[in-house]
Write a protein that binds this ligand. Structure first.
Ligand code: KIV
Ligand code: ZN
Length: 505
């Protein structure tokens, strides 16, 4: 059976989702979990885009093994040199170069002719080839490009040394029939195509990314580019979990093999949702909260009698409903460490000790801890970035007959900054106003504030995610605590700390 390669771009195209801004430590955690799932290629970032992107690609390239690591570059020398600088420590690095090829992009964006684009693409591939034989080339807006131009271009970039040709449906415009035919046409009309693999990269603007990718695979594509939970530019990219489970579940139809450990899907999906702050809709295929829930009595009855009456996949195959060790107040470091490792996270000794302290505090308050509770505490540690401003004290008074008021004390190294009695529309507003005043910030806009109970029960952890806009950029803060005013304070401060550490570098 022919094997399909899974190329994951969560850390590059996925990170281009509006408002998502991951730090290196968070990207490393995701990359390691992607490696556990055994994806074939991880696109770790776009190194020229920012110093943060460069640092993350470099860190992933140097640490994550047994998987190819790709970095994106436009078709110019500076981008490619920078991408290689970040990638060169990888066990198996891949340079991914691209240039737009559709009439609309060439005319308005690049202001270049077909011949000029072809010449630049060939130059870029040759330049990249000096560094590594593993070169992927993408004609941006490929699905809206003239097929004849793509045939001519592909022939030349293969001659120049490209080993993977990736066809993007950049704006999510294609339909499955059309996209499948485009791949078929490329196979039939590019004389040296057998010297390269065909890949596809689809966007979901019309909700067709997965269908288009599958149509391409049916027509001979060998690699599919995906992002966890389908995140990415605008409506996102082809969802990793949907492609892998479609190929695995309908092997009888597609007759294509994938090599991934599907039992890691749920953990990866939760990790990405937590770290990016991008929720998963309840009815999302495979990883949504309702994906394996049966509401109708007839369905419930059927599943009890025989699971396959209404379930086409076993929840266990994606890592749901695993018998996980229950942790409680008597559990020690060993059991907690085991849980952390099995969940796919790695924490420094210092962070593990912080986690252990928080775990004990929570176990004292809650009788039964669920895996999701502990994952939320782990995420507090993973998120914890350089603490420039540290919360020392927060107190809030509120009620239906009093003016909501907050008092706050924040430490910055040896300085104590304090604000007594700042009022607001409600307790959270009062806290946020107090922080703004203590830190003397008047340029913060609260874009969104989200609160969710991690599990059922009134003693559940409340997870708060705030998005702040500061100087035209978005910063996410996150915290899960049993006290939601405390969680709100910490998440707001974390977003400010993220702004501070990003802008200090
Ligand atoms: O959507 C797109 O065209 C891309 C390319 C850079 C592959 O992300
Ligand atoms: Zn894309």
């Amino acid at each position: 059976m022919k094997r399909i390669k899974i190329f994951d771009t969560t850390l590059r195209d996925g990170e281009q989702s509006p408002g998502v801004n991951l730090i290196t430590e968070e990207k490393l955690a995701i990359a390691k979990q992607l490696a556990r799932l055994k994806v074939d290629v991880i696109e770790a970032g776009f190194p020229i885009a920012s110093p943060g992107d460069f640092a993350a690609v470099k860190a992933i390239a140097e640490v994550v093994r047994d998987v190819e690591i790709a970095g994106l570059a436009r078709s110019n020398q500076k981008d490619i040199d920078r991408a290689w600088e970040a990638l060169k420590g990888a066990e198996n690095p891949r340079l991914h170069v691209f240039i737009a090829t559709s009439p609309i992009h060439m005319k308005y964006k690049l202001k270049m002719t077909e011949d000029e684009v072809l010449e630049r693409a060939v130059f870029a591939v040759k330049h990249a080839r000096q560094y590594t034989p593993n070169i992927e080339f993408s004609p941006e807006d490929g699905s809206r490009s003239k097929p004849e131009f793509l045939y001519r271009l592909f022939k030349e970039v293969i001659k120049a040394g490209a080993t993977v040709l990736n066809i993007p449906d950049t704006v999510g415009y294609a339909t499955p029939g059309e996209f499948g035919n485009l791949i078929k046409g490329i196979k039939e009309n590019v004389s040296n195509i057998n010297q390269a693999e065909i890949s596809v990269h689809c966007h979901n603007d019309l909700g067709l990314a997965v269908a288009n990718s599958l149509a391409a695979l049916e027509n001979g594509a060998e690699q599919v580019e995906v992002a966890v939970n389908g995140i990415g530019e605008r409506a996102g990219n082809t969802a990793l979990e949907e492609i892998i489970m479609a190929l695995a579940t309908r092997k009888d139809y597609y007759n294509l093999a994938v090599n991934q450990d599907t039992t890691q899907i749920m953990r990866l999906s939760r990790m990405v949702a937590n770290l990016t702050g991008m929720d998963i809709q309840a009815n999302k295929a495979i990883v949504g909260k309702n994906a394996f829930a049966h509401e109708a009595g007839i369905h419930q009855d059927g599943v009890i009698k025989e699971r396959t009456t209404y379930e086409i996949m076993d929840a266990k195959s994606i890592g749901l409903n695993e018998n996980s060790l229950v942790l409680g107040k008597h559990s020690g470091r060993h059991a907690l460490r085991d849980f952390v490792e099995k969940s796919g996270y790695e924490l420094s000794e210092e962070k593990f000790e912080d986690l252990f302290r928080e775990f004990k505090k929570l176990a004292d308050k809650k009788k039964k801890l669920k895996p999701m509770d502990i994952e939320a505490l782990i995420n507090n540690e993973i998120h914890a970035i350089d603490t420039i401003y540290e919360l020392d004290y927060v107190s809030v008074s509120t009620g239906n007959t009093v003016l909501p008021t907050a008092t706050i004390r924040i430490k910055k190294e040896d300085d104590i900054l304090e604000k007594a009695a700042c009022s607001g529309d409600g307790p959270i507003d009062a806290i946020f106003q107090a922080i703004n005043e203590v830190l003397d910030f008047d340029n913060i806009k609260l874009i969104s504030y989200k609160i969710d109970a991690i599990t059922e029960g009134t003693d559940a952890l409340g997870e708060v995610v705030v998005k702040l806009e500061i100087d035209d950029k978005t910063y996410i803060g996150h915290s899960a605590q049993t006290d939601i005013t405390y969680a709100s304070t910490l998440s707001y401060l974390e977003a400010i700390n993220r702004y501070m550490s990003t802008n200090r570098k």
